[in-house]
Design a protein around this ligand. Sequence first.
Ligand SMILES: [Zn+2]
Length: 424
Amino acid sequence: MPPDLQIVNARLPDRDGLWTVALSQGKIAAIAPADSLANPAAIAPQESAATLDANACLLIPGLVDGHIHLDKALLLDRHPAQLGTFAEAMAETLRLKQGFTVADIQARARQVLERAIGFGITAMRSHVEVDPTAGLRSLEALLPLCEEYRWGLTLQLAVFAQEGITQQPDTLPLLHQAMALGGDVIGSAPYVDADPKANVQHIFDIAQEYDCDVDFHLDFLDDDEPLLLPFVIAETQRRGWQGRVCLGHMTKLAGLSPAELVDLAAALRDAQISILALPASDLYMMARQDTHNQRRGVAPIHRLAEQGVNVGVATNNILNLFTPFGDGDLLKICTLLAQVLQLGTAAAHQRCLAMATTQAACAIGIVDHGLEVGHRADLVLLKVGSVSEAVGAAPAQRTVIKAGRVVAQTRLDQQMFAPEQSVG
Ligand SMILES: [Zn+2]
């Protein structure tokens, strides 16, 4: 079958030279060197196929934002930070949440989703707040958007108990209702619960009932409370949920000694638990009590990756009290990650890109993502010549391909007005 689209003269992240990538029926059908005759059917120009000339630019797998909050994005105009603390963010976001309507949530989410598609994010997991204050409004708002934006990105919805479970008994039946309505994943923030372990167990109970993956906001903040991670690892093993648990933040891992981290990494690897660092939020919120030499508080995911743990990087919040920054471009978050974890080599940049693409996909249960034949044809062409340039500069000019079809293209329209040279 002839390809639907052929991308010619593309650089690829992990291979030298220029390549032709043929896409057919939403999948990658062939990858061949531009000058190869080994597989003429795959690389010869096909009259029926559209051709996209990459002009030696870099073709990467689609960006995967595995942790974002669409329902509380873009709230900063409504309530600019007065104190800029975590306590203020929790209290004021809860207050704002009381006024959320389906139309309001959809309007903000659409802005984020459309920007995301333009940036080349081809899959996303959004947490969706479900509690007595939010009710099911966030889910009712976001469920239709999964279908509405399917042409541009795959949207997973993680039902999320942000305000605790055990101290608010009305939350639990709402979580069940949300899963019955079509939530894809179940999760919570055990650190806000009066009984964090019971909170974790409630979430695993729901996961088993609905046969869904689990996503916790875990071991966030930098207080002296012990890690909850060993308990979550044990529950993952006990319930047979290996490969189905993703943990966001994990900032407390930044405070462990190398030996402690290696031990935990082995347990994470055995339980096939993925960790997502959220550097934009965590750099902003962590180490507030330090008076000088302030710590960074970002999960050392590069160290975990060295031990074979699947790790990724994600956006978390955009322009709200938890993170009063950002535009939803995951590639810029990748730049930030490389800066904060001091990842400067070409090999480290390759690993950073994987954390925002293939490994992030794996963290949210998408296994057929990446530049391999048979994988989904979700790709981004970046106007750069190397992975280091992509991670270092997050170029604006991008062409985005979802399921084999070009869905967005960004061009930079820039004019220079240099003064006229005086002659003679
Ligand atoms: Zn989050």
